[in-house]
Design a protein around this ligand. Structure first.
Ligand code: FES
Length: 394
C-alpha cells in the first residue's frame, strides 16, 4: 500500500463546511452517542464530508470535521489517512477501483489495468474531462466474479477488456449501465449448465415475506412428528409384557456313590438362563451450586462523606468528565449530595466505599474507575482532550 498523504496545496480548497442539509444529518449522527462521546461519529462525518466534496477529503474538510466534533485535528487526520475508503486527492466523477488481488489478477485484472491506462491515463490521475480516475486496490470481496472493478458505489464484475471499455464508454456518454456481472450470469451462479436455483420466483421478489411462513411450517411439522414419535414410544412401552421372574436355581446334586438299587435317573434340570438386568443409567450427580462471590462487608454510616444540600454557587461541576460517569450516574451523585470534583478528591477509601455501596446498579464503579484519582486531576483544572479522558489503565 502506498503512503497516504494529503493532496498538494495547489489543489486544496481554501475552506470547507457542511451544507445546511448535511448539518442536520451531522446533528442526528452525533445524537446517537452519549454527551461527550461525539468523537465516535468521526467516520460517518468524514464519509459525508467526502460525499459533499466530490469524492475526496481536503485538509479543510478534515479540520472542519475536527471542529464539529471538538476533536484535535490530528486525531481526525489519523483516521482519514488510515482508512483507504477516504480519498485524499481529487477523483473523477466516476472513480474506478480496480481489484488487483490474486483471484482477480489470475482472471485478467492486468488486462483491465491496460484498458484503464489507455482510456483514463495513469493511476491517481483525473482524466482531462474530469469524468474518470482510477486506483488499484486490494480484494473487494467479489472474488467469485473476478476480475472486477468498483465504480463509485457499484460493483461491475466478470469483466473483460471489451466489457470494461464498453462500460466506460456508456458512463462517459451518460447512458444507463448494468451493475453486477457483465457476462450474463446472475450474481455468482455457475456460468453454464445450471442445475439449481432455477425457479424464477427466487429472483423476482415474489418470495419476500414467504420465507418466514415456510420456516414456521417446517418447524411446526418437525414438532408434530416429534410429539407423535414420543406418543408411539409411550404406547409401545405400555403394551410390552412384564418380564418373567427369574427361575430359582436347581439344588446341587449330592456327592457320593449311587446306591445299588438306584432309582431311574431323573432328567437333569436345565438351569433357567438368568434374564440380563436392564442397565440403569447412572444418575448424574447434582451440580454443585456455584460458589457465591463474596459480598464486601457493608460500610457503616460513620464513613459517609460530607455531602451538600445543593451545588456551591448554584453550579455543579460536570461530573461526566470523570471517565465512566454518564448522565445517570452524575444525576445519582447529585441526588446524593455530590456536586464537585474537590468533594470526591477529598474522600478516603472508606468514604468511596460508602458511596459505592449506595450507587444502586453501579456498585464497584467508583473504586474500579479510581474516581478519587480522576477527581484530584479535574479539581486541579485539568480537562480531558478526547473521549478517552482519564480512563484508568485496565
Ligand atoms: S480478489 Fe478481486 S475481489 Fe477478491
Amino acid at each position: 500500500m502506498s503512503v497516504r498523504r494529503l493532496a498538494p496545496d495547489a489543489v486544496q480548497p481554501a475552506s470547507f463546511a457542511f451544507d445546511a442539509s448535511n448539518r442536520e444529518w451531522v446533528k442526528a449522527q452525533i445524537a446517537k452517542y452519549p454527551p461527550g462521546r461525539q468523537a465516535s461519529a468521526v467516520i460517518p462525518l468524514l464519509w459525508q464530508a467526502q460525499k459533499q466534496a466530490d469524492g475526496w477529503l481536503s485538509k479543510a474538510a478534515i479540520e472542519h470535521v475536527a471542529q464539529v466534533l471538538e476533536m484535535p485535528p490530528i486525531r481526525v487526520m489519523e483516521v482519514a489517512t488510515f482508512y483507504t475508503m477516504f480519498n485524499l486527492e481529487p477523483v473523477g466523477t466516476y472513480f474506478v477501483q480496480l481489484c488487483g488481488t490474486v483471484p482477480c489478477h489470475c482472471m485478467g485484472a492486468e488486462d483491465l489495468k491496460k484498458t484503464l491506462k489507455a482510456r483514463i491515463g495513469d493511476e491517481r490521475h483525473v482524466s482531462a474531462d474530469g469524468k474518470f480516475s482510477w486506483l488499484e486496490v486490494e480484494c473487494l470481496g467479489a472474488c467469485t466474479n473476478a476480475p472486477m472493478v468498483q465504480i463509485n458505489d457499484d460493483y461491475f464484475e466478470d469483466l473483460t477488456q471489451e466489457t470494461l471499455g464498453r462500460l466506460l464508454d456508456d458512463l462517459a456518454a451518460g447512458k444507463p449501465v448494468k451493475v453486477g456481472p457483465q457476462n450474463g450470469r446472475k450474481a455468482s451462479e455457475p456460468k453454464d449448465s445450471i442445475k439449481t436455483l432455477l425457479d424464477p420466483a427466487l429472483y423476482d421478489g415474489s418470495l419476500v415475506g414467504g420465507w418466514k411462513k415456510a420456516f414456521d411450517e417446517r418447524a411446526a411439522a418437525q414438532k408434530k412428528a416429534k410429539e407423535e414419535a414420543a406418543k408411539a414410544a409411550e404406547a409401545a412401552k405400555a403394551a410390552a409384557p412384564a418380564p418373567a421372574p427369574a427361575a430359582a436355581p436347581a439344588p446341587a446334586a449330592k456327592a457320593g456313590p449311587e446306591p445299588a438299587a438306584a432309582k431311574p435317573a431323573a432328567a437333569k434340570p436345565v438351569p433357567a438362563k438368568p434374564v440380563p438386568a436392564k442397565p440403569v443409567p447412572a444418575k448424574p450427580a447434582p451440580a454443585k451450586p456455584a460458589a457465591k462471590a463474596e459480598e464486601p462487608a457493608p460500610v457503616g454510616d460513620e464513613f459517609k462523606p460530607d455531602l451538600l444540600k445543593k451545588a456551591r454557587g448554584g453550579k455543579a461541576d460536570d461530573l461526566e468528565l470523570i471517565w465512566g460517569v454518564g448522565p445517570k450516574l452524575a444525576a445519582m451523585l447529585n441526588r446524593m449530595g455530590v456536586y464537585h470534583f474537590d468533594q470526591i478528591a477529598g474522600w478516603t477509601d472508606q468514604n468511596l466505599a460508602w458511596v459505592d455501596q449506595n450507587l444502586e446498579g453501579f456498585k464497584g464503579r467508583a473504586k474500579r474507575d479510581d474516581w478519587i484519582g480522576q477527581s484530584k486531576k479535574l479539581a486541579s483544572g485539568w480537562r480531558p482532550t478526547n473521549a478517552a479522558g482519564d480512563k484508568p489503565a485496565e
